[in-house]
Design a protein around this ligand. Sequence first.
Ligand code: ADQ
Length: 801
Amino acid sequence: MSSSSLLSSSPPAPPPPPLLCGALTRLTAARRQPLLSSSTRSPPIARANIQTGLRCVDADANANACKMTFWRAGGCKLWISLSSSNRERGEALRAVGGSNDDEGQEESGDEDVEDITDDALRATIRKSKKVLAMQRNLLRQIVERRKLVSSIKDSVVNTKQEPDSNSWSDNSLPDADVGGSFSNLNIDSAGAELHRTYNTGSSSDRFTQSAEVGRSESQPTTPSEESFYEEEEPKDSLEVRGLLREGNLETPQSEIMAPVLPEASESYNVKDKKHEDVAEANVDVLSEEQEVAPEKEYLDSPPLAGANVMNVIVVAAECAPWSKTGGLGDVVGALPKALARRGHRVMVVAPRYGNYAEAQEVGVRKRYKVYGQDMEVTYFHAYIDRVDFVFLDSPVFRHIENDIYGGNRMDILKRMVLFCKAAVEVCWHVPCGGVCYGDGNLVFIANDWHTALLPVYLKAYYRDHGLMIYARSILVIHNIAHQGRGPVDDFFYVDLPGNYMDFFKLHDPIGGDHFNIFAAGLKTADRVVTVSHGYAWELKTPEGGWGLHGIINEIDWKFQGIVNGIDTKGWNPKFDVHLKSDGYTNYSLESLQTGKARCKAALQRELGLPVRDNIPVLAFIGRLDHQKGVDLIAEAMHWIAGQDVQLVLLGTGRPDLEDMLRNFERQHYDKVRGWVGFSVKMAHRITAGADVLLMPSRFEPCGLNQLYAMMYGTVPVVHAVGGLRDTVHQFDPYAETGLGWAFERAEANRLIDALGNCLKTYRNYKSSWEGLQKRGMMQDLSWDNAAYRYEEILVAAKHQW
Ligand SMILES: Nc1ncnc2c1ncn2[C@@H]1O[C@H](COP(=O)(O)OP(=O)(O)O[C@H]2O[C@H](CO)[C@@H](O)[C@H](O)[C@H]2O)[C@@H](O)[C@H]1O
């Protein structure tokens, strides 16, 4: 059956997936007992198989595998063991004859299989054996390659002097291996104008007031703060301390710390030498931080997720380092690795916008109908850091890496329809490491409106028809301001049954009825997550929900916030590959003062600013749009220009704001630089060389730059909104607590107040400043905690009917 026919409005059964997936899908598509309660350790078990006539008489399951025993009418006994953990990739499926205590003796199954008369069943068993042999072979190769890598590393270590983290300099040669690593695949594209449009249009001002809704107004500067900055010595007044505490609006956020598995990296791809080189370079970069666990240990250690191990497919329009226009790309590049470290089998599905050296074509082609037109998709695969990266290739995705969200409304819509239709079937078509993910024990994580059609397709094409009934979908809101809006007639482009119209139709007080993709995704997803607690709260308000607050309130039962983590390898001053040349240097908590000072001097030199150690360098990095509040910096410019500071702005986006950056530089050439463009390298260097990061965002779902800044000992000054409120706790000069300055209203005078206090502390209270830097750097901002939270949601979704 062709895939395209599947996508007609009344879908038939899905196409048989290749190799074992055929058998697995038949089993999983069969009627199964309801999911077991969370208190049991067993994953769902097939109880009967309609197509083969098998009857399940026994089922046993544990954290990593489930074993099913079937009696067939002819009296033959068959047991099948299904592995759900990627660490057991090589033992993913066995099908043998004989009793169920023959485990591990698949080669001896031939006599028993003789008794089976059903041709289809025999074919399945034959295929199973082939796959098993392939997987064994793969595992052998992985082990051999790992041995090779560690022996090479040993010899390199023996011939190299241990570098002193304090003394790395532009003169020190970068590690040759690092040159080929992903961290080096920078995706600079100067001047690229970024669009995340096809969206809300009108209400760009709405959120200006929104952050304040429901919250107590606070003063721009608390009396106690002022007294701190006016007096030489802080007052030791209990009264003042009390006031400060009252004024402290930190969001309570007692995240449960998840156990952290040492991060290891491994890659496999038997076909391609080039790929291996990249993968090995990757291993070497990572191993600077942590030694790669020996293969045996990796295979033997139980997954942190325990009985909750699942197959997870993260679907997104961008994925760093291959494609990135902002924070979404960063998240999709990092969260899956953290989930994989917990033992889940994890795949990322993204469009293939360019030629990615690491990914190999898998040789599968599928066709999908998009508004009557047949579109072919091919698949490219790479396995990196325990994650399967699958890139969908189609002419509509090719060569738009600098303009991912570009084109007219219909072009974008068609791309997203194709992407989501293909992504939902990836679990059958792409044999990662020889074995498809299948649709049992599977959760999709879709991201933003671009992939909000995925939960809708999962429901309309499959689950409504009794297919993929164990697959679940989670939709993550990174930014509600972009929703995939259009006229109601756009519904006919998404190729869904008429009764689905209601999911998409939304009434806008200004524009009337319209078609809204995000709305449909929110309604049909099994769970909805957003990227901070503060933003989760704001989304329920009319100002913060951008028209979707009604739906978000309705789905409150399945909605929650999880604060993003960061990639602590790519964004770590100790290992940052962008700090290894041009006078920059890697540094850590121990070498903070000397290392950061060198980076600051290097930045000043690189940008042609006066090289001065004692002048505070302020920075702004971000998309140039209304959200990021760069215009507030413009309003405060007269004040900033009057201070003894330097200001560096990096951004791209709205042409008028780009011009504004250029004008700043022209008007204040002695102290301001405005870099218009998208440069990952400069983003890293500015973060390392600056003293203060400004984030006056009008709304900020989470924000990653302030997290990166804190990792680099750069103190954030932010508007207390969304994730910024969650992550930048206000500095308390008396208790010496807090991480930066968070002002309460998105107004220039509030920014000036906060920045003024920040500069006074920088100049007059050096030890307080150092405390701020160190507290920021000492936080655990890794994805491990967030991955643990996501896992709770995966489990909740799995057990939800
Ligand atoms: N000109 C430039 N050159 C180089 N790099 C640049 C750049 N402009 C931005 N970047 C980079 O893009 C990323 C921006 O991430 P953010 O999370 O701050 O914002 P964004 O609004 O894109 O993400 C949305 O999704 C993320 C992820 O959930 C949320 O944190 C956020 O609040 C939400 O708005 C950072 O890695 C930053 O360094």
